[in-house]
Design a protein around this ligand. Sequence first.
Ligand code: PLP
Length: 408
Amino acid sequence: MSKFVGVTELPPDPLFGLKARYNADSRSDKVDLGIGAYRDNNGKPWILPAVKQAEQKLITSHDYNHEYLSISGFEPFFNAAAKVILGGDSLAIAEKRVVSQQSLSGTGALHLAGVFIKQFYNGNHTIYLSQPTWANHKQIFEYIGFKVASYPYWDNETKSLDLKGYLAAIEDAAPGSIFVLHACAHNPTGLDPNEAQWDQILKALEKKQHLVLFDSAYQGFASGDLNKDAHAIRHAINNRIITSPIVICQSFAKNCGMYGERVGAIHIIATSQPNDALNRAIKSQLNRIIRSELSNPPAYGSKIVAKILSDPQLYAQWEQDLITMSSRIHQMRAALRGKLEELGTPGTWDHITSQTGMFSFTGLNKEMVDRLEQVHGVYMVSSGRASVAGLNEGNVDRVAKAIDEVVR
Ligand code: PLP
């Protein structure tokens, strides 16, 4: 008899389960459009030239070692990371209003944010997520004990933003609720608000004094430009649109191709006026959480990213690498759309090119996605989300023909 009770076996994680089925598939022409990881034109993982060069510099430097980092992480990394997202000329940084710490990539930042907010936020503890959103959001926050609700985002009829529904949900939520916003390259829809819509959304959030939690996992992937992709965050802060607290969860997994190294940061802007004592207290509490959960964050990836962020030549190379990745994805969007239109595949396909970032919300339903996998060996998430980064010149024809077959 086991002393463990109620341990039921759970189904595999949908995304990693999909990856396992793909790996087990023996078809040589199978295509992986599942997990959100960049692939080159040969379908292979890509080590960014900026990362390769930074790695070389790191391991040949005289002070290279594998010592522990401090509990907060690698300071040159998280301070430079704040500048990447907030801008070098950020008012909030200049006014010392930003508390930054290293995290276990974006997921760890979201978890840390959740634990901190749960313990210290004097507001409504309901977290609003976009409908749809990255599947892990709900799990991360429910695990910590939050009530999770959703706000309308994607209008399936028009394949565009349901701004009216979004604004109504902000208005209807109890004052001081928590709203999770995708900073750019919304996952899974690939649909971002335009600048005018962001302005409206942020002002509506401010009016109700909601706590804004930005999830920035794809900076540089939407437009290829780090600054443009930080527009919503910088507009909220620099133009003092949001005066209530802002929490930013930042990942370098995608934009540095450092998926497995778990490089990320959390930035908390607690007040619209400088408050050193409060910021020191926040930092100490974050340190307590980090110390008890992981003692201190991993060093290797954060040192590489810090090198890129502190060396102008490497930074320029990184900006170039972002253009390489985002423009290849743009080309694949155009190729897929073009081929579907050529085939006369029923439906409209312009959303594939108007969407941005790594994903396309294709509009395919679950039955179609199942058939794509079973008959054609083309793997995507059951919601119809395709990772466009998995397309290349060698497989886009086949994928278009497969989509054509399952849609008819
Ligand atoms: N947020 C969103 C919207 C994501 O899509 C992801 C990864 O897919 C993450 C956060 C976190 O990624 P990571 O923990 O690998 O940095």
